[in-house]
Ligand binder design. Sequence first.
Ligand SMILES: [Zn+2]
Ligand SMILES: [Zn+2]
Length: 91
Amino acid sequence: MPFKAPPTPKCPKCGKSVYHAEARVVGDISFHKECYKCSMCNKMLDSTNSNLHENVLYCKTCHGRKFGPKGYGFGGGAAGLSMDTGSQFEQ
Ligand SMILES: [Zn+2]
Ligand SMILES: [Zn+2]
């Protein structure tokens, strides 16, 4: 019975295969350690200051600059309560 090894993930930054020992995994995407940096300012990232947007890494600062301070959380869940009571001014 042929065993198929899972395909080696490709780093979206440089397009080369990422092996486990050098992988930085964000969600289901693997980056090389040296590719795990902000695409705008090239700052090296770690899991506390990285933001992934459409397979492109940004640091918190650049992500905020590019996509606004809301970043994620915008458009997800929390649809505010409707305050529309349809009230009319009657005297
Ligand atoms: Zn890479
Ligand atoms: Zn940056």
